[in-house]
Design a protein around this ligand. Structure first.
Ligand code: HEM
Length: 385
């Protein structure tokens, strides 16, 4: 099913992989990027991830900086400055600094509001022109413009996602126009940071507030990883309890939880036993799907151990319904990066750090396109050996 016009609100003059609604255009892009996000390609970026892991206590900056570096090959400078201020550049060449997270979240917010009025989008856009969030949207575009321009001008680039996005799987240049490259980078910087930040924040919160689960996870990690070393991905990726501790937050506090709107194709379709006319917009709310009591026992409860069930039928049923990355041709292309990052980062954090979360603290969620967790105040100390 095609994506609904809801996705037009965020789209610019050049469509990207996430907002392309035309089937042929989307398929061509998906084919173009498939090799970039293959598990083998992604794992090759482990050195970048490890280099940045020394900054893991500054977690709120970690994902953005790391992903920025994975994409562009250059450092965004957040850790050196100790904040998330990034260079942005107007088309007139004025360079200025803006906060990365605030620009991204508020740009997403205004696009979500506009999406509600996608049937009268030109009018809605005119009305929203002077909204303060619209200015954030411009800042966001200017961050991407600056970094994309800087990367294009680099005569000796690192092996980064950018290089791979511009080549086919045989290393031949794809000659993508600058506007389209920018649009893809904007979508990747958005989809690749907010989601993993949400997933990891939720994982950290749930583990530090469930000491029994935390203890069990640490025993698994400690027995597999040398004492003082950052755990290696190929070892950590084989640990079943670590994987369970990553899956369960994606289920109980999904990073993307609303229903993704799709158009019923010509001729209509039978959906869940009911005939739905063509042109009707349908969606499955991910939040409800992941809390279906028929599939997940005590679905509202956090229970990492559920993923270790030895009942093959139950496991299969859970896996079929566990769709935090969506499913089908529009499912998340970055899921290999998401699992890869989470595996290494979560293993490292829990191996080396203790965190105290205030008793009774509730982690809020703010719905934008993604379900962004609020601030998570923690007292971080080196784990006692
Ligand atoms: C825990 C982390 C992540 C979650 C839960 C997640 C979830 C999702 C979901 C639900 C979709 C479908 C959206 C829709 O239909 O509108 C999606 C699409 C997408 N994701 Fe992710 N994502 C994650 C990480 C990433 C990362 C690291 C990237 C890296 C670049 C990424 C890039 C994309 C792109 C480009 C699409 C559009 C794919 C298409 O339409 O063909 N995501 N993601």
């Amino acid at each position: 099913m095609r994506k609904a016009e809801w996705y037009d609100a965020a789209a610019g003059p050049h469509r990207n992989l996430a907002d392309a609604r035309d089937k042929v255009e989307h398929q061509a892009k998906r084919k173009m990027f498939a090799h970039t996000f293959a598990a083998k390609t992604v794992v090759a970026f482990e050195p970048v991830l490890r280099e940045n892991l020394q900054h893991v206590p500054r977690f709120e900056l970690y994902v953005d900086r790391s992903f920025g570096q994975l994409l562009y090959g250059h450092k965004l400078g957040c850790f050196d400055r100790g904040n998330d201020m990034l260079d942005a550049e107007s088309r007139e060449g004025k360079i200025y600094r803006v906060p990365f997270i605030d620009s991204l979240l508020n740009a997403t917010m205004i696009n979500n509001l506009l999406a509600i009025f996608s049937h009268i989008l030109p009018v809605a856009k005119r009305l929203a022109k002077h909204h303060s969030y619209k200015k954030k949207g411009v800042d966001w575009e200017n961050i991407v413009y600056h970094n994309t321009k800087k990367r294009m001008a680099n005569p000796d680039p690192e092996d980064d996602l950018f290089t791979r996005m511009l080549q086919d799987n045989k290393g031949q240049a794809l000659n993508v126009p600058f506007g389209e490259i920018m649009s893809e980078c904007s979508s990747m910087m958005n989809a690749g940071t907010e989601t993993t930040t949400a997933a990891m924040t939720n994982t950290i919160f749930l583990l530090y507030t469930h000491p029994v689960v935390l203890q069990k996870l640490r025993e698994e990690i400690d027995s597999a990883a040398p004492r003082n070393e950052i755990p290696a991905y190929d070892v950590m990726s084989r640990l079943p309890y670590l994987r369970a501790c990553i899956e369960e937050p994606l289920r109980v506090r999904p990073a993307s939880s609303f229903g993704l709107p799709r158009i019923v194709p010509a001729g209509g379709r039978e959906i869940a036993g009911k005939f739905v006319q063509e042109g009707v917009i349908v969606s499955v709310p991910t939040y409800s799907l992941l809390r279906d009591e028929n599939v997940f026992k005590n679905a509202t409860q956090y229970n990492a151990d559920r993923w270790l069930t030895e009942d093959a039928g139950e496991k299969k049923k859970m896996m079929t319904n566990h769709l935090p990355f969506s499913t089908g041709p529009r499912a998340c292309i970055g899921r290999n990066i998401a699992y890869f990052e989470q595996t290494v980062v979560i293993a490292t954090i829990f191996k080396f750090f203790d965190c105290k979360v205030e008793e009774g603290f509730q982690l809020e969620t703010q719905e934008r396109f993604n379900s962004n967790p609020g601030d998570l105040p923690m007292e971080v100390t080196r784990r006692a050996s």
